[in-house]
Design a protein around this ligand. Structure first.
Ligand code: F6P
Length: 535
């Protein structure tokens, strides 16, 4: 591996400053540095990756053991070594088995739960299962992190298919969140989903209790209007939820990988089991591709290698995810958890310090909004931000096709502008055409220079259908996996979220006055005093 990393570093030095535009003197570049999976096209030609780089990146994936590790994951081996767990979110979307964990086929359980979810969703949507006030008009999903971001993102993404009750998501422990969501709802016609893998997460349990109190003020038996999604089934009954209304899953599903099973119930209620099935099918197609395709034809592997090239080889600390789709506006937040909770680690699987930077900071906003906010820095700032564009060729509103054309034009224009830039000579000519001359022309022209040569990739597909969304999410999941394997990281634990949780627990009594906060630092105590109105 070291030799490959060194080669890649040398190659990166060799291509630094090379004109991306000049790479397209090779007419075949766009075709050779893009890959398709059926009607999905991943274009990575606007990067500095050339034949030599790609070949060494593929060597890297092979040397890291991506193929064997991939097989280990799909077949239920306990690759989450720090927690001693298998990693089988792919089983949640599989159609058949056997897929074994500890010798037991998990598929009968998965299929049974999926069928129970579908039967339940059908009955809610048809009004056969009702609230105290009649047919359910609204569903409130209470969860956080993986028990919120995935289903909330997907529910918004598939808005054109909504034909069930309105589905809302509450995550923040800030009472403002639940207050503002419940404010407009009728408790007698609202179903509350408590989504928590562990069923101990303080934010979720606090919000769930508040929702139960709210419902209890209007409905005789509020527990009847509650559903639980969890792998801690015993704790759900302690909360008073009828076992019939509990949809369980196993600890081999990581929170941020869980929207394919029970945690996706909110989405299923919104779009129906059939559309949800198409969503799973799309993900399955990506699984099959990821498992079978050669490394240099494999979309998740290539997306990962582009990521490694930019973050660990070229040293860019962040990457922007830029969906040109308003309905994918929660995708960056979802990917922040998926990528940063998975690969934001400083210790490798073998317990040694990571020799390379961990996964990059992931951020973004939908286009075209971002263009009027932070693209200034992307184009002219001193830091290079590799950009990942996503766009559908076609929108959902035929009568608004002219909007969509503009949207696509903007998306393609941005990647072109990032690559092409604008030279000083071009900027001077623009200023001269405006009548400027001499020192003033020179000064003004410099502000209008775009360095260009800024890398980006584009994922383009015909339309954002349930199946396409499934494919896109599975593509990113597997990308994170491959990057984790190459970095030697366990992408499936998240110890880094624990310390803050513990300290919050110890600070709550300090804020309430029940504890004097002995042992806390001066800054924290001063902030506590201020919050208590004593500072
Ligand atoms: O705090 C991080 C985390 O553990 C995530 O990994 C998880 O998705 C989220 O909290 C919510 O956890 P749970 O589903 O157990 O409530």
């Amino acid at each position: 591996m070291d030799a490959i990393w060194n080669d890649l570093k040398a190659l990166a030095e060799g291509v630094e400053g090379r004109s991306l535009v000049s790479l397209f003197e090779d007419d075949s570049r766009a075709a050779r540095f893009s890959r398709r999976l059926d009607d999905m096209l991943f274009d990575f030609s606007k990067t500095q990756i050339d034949d030599a780089v790609l070949s060494r990146l593929i060597d890297l994936a092979r040397a890291a053991g991506v193929e064997a590790r991939r097989e280990a994951m799909f077949s239920g081996a306990k690759i989450n070594e720090t927690e001693g767990r298998a990693v089988l979110h792919t089983a949640l979307r599989a159609e058949s088995g056997p897929i074994r964990v500890d010798g037991q086929d998990v598929m009968p359980g998965v299929l049974e739960t999926r069928a129970r979810m579908a039967a339940f969703a059908d009955k809610i949507r048809a009004g056969e299962i009702k609230g105290a006030g009649g047919r359910y008009s609204d569903v409130v999903n209470i969860g956080i992190g993986g028990s919120d971001l995935g289903p909330a993102m997907a529910t918004l993404a598939l808005a054109p298919w909504h034909d069930g009750p309105r589905v809302h998501y509450v995550s923040n422990v800030d009472g403002a969140h639940i207050h503002d969501v419940l404010k407009g709802l009728d408790p007698a016609r609202t179903l509350v989903i408590v989504a928590s893998k562990t069923f101990t997460t303080i934010e979720t349990m606090t919000n769930a209790q508040t929702a139960r109190d709210w419902m209890g003020r209007a409905v005789a038996d509020p527990a009847k209007q509650f559903v639980a999604l969890s792998s801690a089934v015993d704790l759900t009954s302690a909360f008073g939820i009828d076992p019939e209304r509990v949809f369980g899953f196993e600890d081999w599903v990581g929170g941020r990988y869980s929207l394919w099973g029970p945690i996706g119930l909110g989405l299923m209620l919104a779009v129906g089991p059939e559309r949800f099935g198409e969503f799973l099918q799309g993900a399955r197609e990506m699984d099959d591709h990821f498992r079978a395709a050669e490394l240099d034809e494999n979309l998740p592997v290539l997306l990962a290698l582009v990521g490694i090239w930019h973050a660990q080889v070229q040293g860019h600390a962040t990457r922007a995810v830029l969906p040109y789709d308003q309905r994918l506006s929660r995708l960056p937040a979802y990917l922040q958890q998926l990528e940063m909770e998975s690969n934001g680690k400083r210790v490798a699987m073998d317990g040694r310090d990571l020799a390379l930077p961990s996964g990059p900071v992931v951020w973004g906003e939908p286009g075209t909004n971002g263009q009027h906010a932070f693209y200034q820095l992307i184009h002219q700032g001193t830091r290079v931000v590799p950009c990942e564009f996503l766009v559908a060729a076609e929108g959902h509103e035929p009568e608004l096709a002219h909007h969509h054309r503009l949207l696509v034009a903007n998306c393609l224009a941005q990647s072109e502008a990032l690559m092409r830039g604008r030279s000083l000579a071009e900027a001077r000519a623009i200023m001269a055409a405006k009548g400027l001359e001499g020192a003033e022309l020179e000064r003004q022209a410099r502000h209008r220079v775009f360095p260009g040569n800024r890398p980006s990739t584009t994922l383009i597909y015909p339309k954002l259908t349930p199946a396409m969304l499934g494919r896109i999410i599975a593509l990113y999941e597997h990308r994170v996996f491959v990057e984790g394997v190459i970095l030697g990281i366990n992408s499936f634990d998240q110890w880094g979220v624990e310390l803050g949780k513990e300290l919050a627990k110890s600070l709550e009594p300090v804020l309430s006055g029940a504890s004097d906060g002995r042992g806390k630092d001066g800054s924290t105590l001063a902030l506590v005093a201020f919050a208590r109105g004593e500072g």
